[in-house]
Structure formats: structure tokens, C-alpha cells
Design a protein around this ligand. Structure first.
Ligand code: NAD
Length: 304
């Protein structure tokens, strides 16, 4: 199987390197020339538990040098999914598949504007990675990856990708109801990301005040109502689950918080903003998510 990663930042580099180490032919494609140069000159450095190893994997900024792949994995931030999907559509073979493990809601639908929905696999991953410098990432967390067909029933394709991932040490399961999986991850991000990003706190600190917990509760319940009105199965104890995740990742700054700290555009539009968009389609009111989205958009529009 030939795999191309479109968007080889922290997560794309990690997945590309793990697959390459297992013997798969992998090409990393990214528009960040300095990072690509560092990978090609020194290998991709992966720091894990204080030790750094170097992985030999090919990277490029020139998509014309990449042949057709059986699988394109999109790992750009959700603000760039449209561009990445167009690149993936050029780089994947006519029988190939496109996989998104990005956070947020709407990525698969954006990809479906240029790729046959029956060739799109979506999912979530609990691996975590941080970009330390060009050519060097930290493998910050290890956990399950869940994937499934976004549309259609080519389950064998999702299974063969899961098999390749498992062989590479990326523990992966296939799921029939992948929309529910993506929504559940979205709802966790809805409860934690914007609130921590706006207030400069760590994940665990959303538990400290009853007023902050009430805000998380309200944002999560709005998202649950939107999901359920869409016919998505969401467990009743989702608020409790969000609090458990906040506790388990208590010392971490959320990815949206890190984006704000570094004055980068955030994925707000695909997280709380996606709840607002979906609610509008359904005629529902989601004032808490609307407010969090507007505050975050205002903050990032006025970075100094
Ligand atoms: P990142 O910013 O480290 O990497 C994104 C990469 O995409 C960058 O290197 C950027 O140069 C590249 N890029 C931007 N536009 C491009 C284009 N048009 N073509 C090719 N490359 C392009 O982001 P990340 O942390 O790796 O996150 C990627 C996605 O995975 C996000 O949706 C994020 O929410 C999700 N995710 C991240 C983690 C994590 O721990 N970092 C965990 C789970 C899910």
C-alpha cells in the first residue's frame, strides 16, 4: 500500500513516520518548506518519553513529484481542509481512499465536495503529538484510533487500512457508526477547547469553579441536542465524560489554547462553530456555543 500524508505537521508526521517504520511506502506532503527540508536532511525526529529517534521518511513540498497513492491521509488543521482535499484528490488513485482523523465536524463533508463520499474514511485518534521545531515532533500521547466509512459500505477498505495501521503499532478499530464517534469527540472538544483557550487555563482547571463547570455543561448539552436532532446516538453521561477527560488531561493546555497562545488561527469554526452551523440548519438555538464562537473569532481577529 502506498500512502501520502497531506499536512505533515505534528500528527501527519507522526502517523507517516509510524507507517514508514513498519515498511509501508509513505510520502509526506506539506507546504512548510523548512520542516520538509529538515526531514529530508536529518530524518524526522520523534521524541517519546525523553528519548529521540530519527525516522527515515520522504517529504516534499512539490506534489508533482508524488505518484498516485492508495490512501491519502489528510492531517491539516480544519481551516485548511478544502485546500488539502483538492491536493488529495490529485494524489490518490482512482480506486484509492482518503482518510481524515482531524478534529471537528465538517471535514469529511468538505472532502466530499471533491472526492466520491464512498471513498472517504473518517475517524478519531487519541494519539497526541506536538511540533517542537522543524523536523522534530513529540509523541505526546498514545490511545485508540477509530475509523469507518463516511458513506457507502466498503467496509473491507476501512478494515484493510485498520490492518495496516495495527501492523504499524497504531491500535485501530473499525466502527459501523463513525458519525457518532466523530460527534462524541467533537462534543469533548466543544466542552474543553474554547473555554480553556479564552481563559488561558489548563484543561483540569475547568473543574475548579462551579460556574466554569456550569458553562461546560451548557455548551455540551447544546451540542448533544444538535447531535441527537440529527439522529446521532450520544450517551446520556456525555457531560460527566467531558469532565473525566478534563481531569485525565488536567495538566495539558488544549490544542485551541496552544493556538491562541501562539496567535494562530484556531479550529473554532469546526468545533463550537460547527455546533452553531448545524443548529441553524435544524432551527435550534445554541446561545452558549454562539457566544464562545464569537468571542474566539473576535480574539483571533485581533491578535497583535
Ligand atoms: P499542525 O499544525 O501541527 O499540522 C498541520 C500541517 O498542515 C502544518 O505542517 C501545515 O504546514 C500543513 N498545511 C497547511 N495547509 C496545507 C496544505 N494546503 N497542504 C499541505 N499541508 C498544509 O496540526 P496537528 O496538531 O498535526 O493537527 C492536525 C489535525 O489533527 C487537526 O485537525 C487537529 O485538531 C487534529 N488532531 C491533533 C492532535 C494533536 O495531538 N496534535 C490529536 C488529534 C487530532
Amino acid at each position: 500500500m502506498k500512502i501520502t500524508v497531506v499536512g505533515a505537521g505534528a500528527m501527519g508526521s507522526l502517523f507517516g513516520a509510524l507507517l514508514s517504520e513498519s515498511g509501508i511506502s509513505v510520502r509526506l506532503y506539506d507546504i512548510w518548506a523548512e520542516h520538509v527540508k529538515a526531514i529530508n536532511e536529518n530524518g524526522l525526529g520523534i521524541e517519546l518519553d525523553g528519548k529521540t529517534r530519527s525516522v527515515n521518511v520522504k517529504a516534499t513540498t512539490d506534489k508533482k513529484t508524488i505518484g498516485k497513492a492508495d490512501l491519502a491521509i489528510i492531517f491539516v488543521k480544519s481551516t485548511r481542509t478544502g485546500d488539502a482535499a483538492r491536493v488529495a484528490s490529485e494524489l490518490v488513485s482512482s480506486t484509492g481512499f482518503v482518510l481524515t482523523l482531524q478534529n471537528g465536524m465538517g471535514n469529511a463533508d468538505i472532502i466530499a465536495e471533491v472526492i466520491d463520499p464512498g471513498r472517504i474514511i473518517a475517524g478519531t485518534t487519541s494519539h497526541g503529538a506536538t511540533m517542537l521545531e522543524p523536523g522534530l515532533i513529540r509523541h505526546a500521547g498514545i490511545g485508540p484510533t477509530l475509523i469507518g466509512m463516511w458513506s457507502g459500505d466498503e467496509k473491507a477498505a476501512a478494515q484493510s487500512i485498520a490492518d495496516v495501521f495495527n501492523k504499524a503499532g497504531i491500535a485501530t478499530e473499525t466502527m459501523d457508526d463513525i458519525r457518532s464517534v466523530v460527534w462524541k469527540k467533537l462534543i469533548i472538544n466543544v466542552g474543553i477547547n474554547a473555554i480553556t483557550a479564552l481563559t488561558a487555563i489548563k484543561n483540569g482547571q475547568i473543574l475548579d469553579l462551579s460556574s466554569t463547570r456550569a458553562l461546560v455543561h451548557a455548551a455540551v448539552e447544546e451540542a448533544m441536542e444538535v447531535a441527537r436532532t440529527h439522529g446521532i446516538k450520544i450517551p446520556d453521561d456525555m457531560v460527566e465524560h467531558v469532565f473525566q477527560v478534563a481531569e485525565a488531561t488536567g495538566a495539558n493546555r488544549s490544542s485551541m489554547g496552544q493556538d491562541v497562545d501562539n496567535k494562530r488561527q484556531t479550529e473554532i469554526g469546526a468545533i463550537n462553530g460547527a455546533v452553531v452551523k448545524e443548529a441553524q440548519k435544524l432551527g435550534l438555538n445554541v446561545p452558549v456555543n454562539q457566544t464562545l464562537t464569537t468571542l474566539l473569532e473576535t480574539l483571533q481577529a485581533h491578535y497583535s
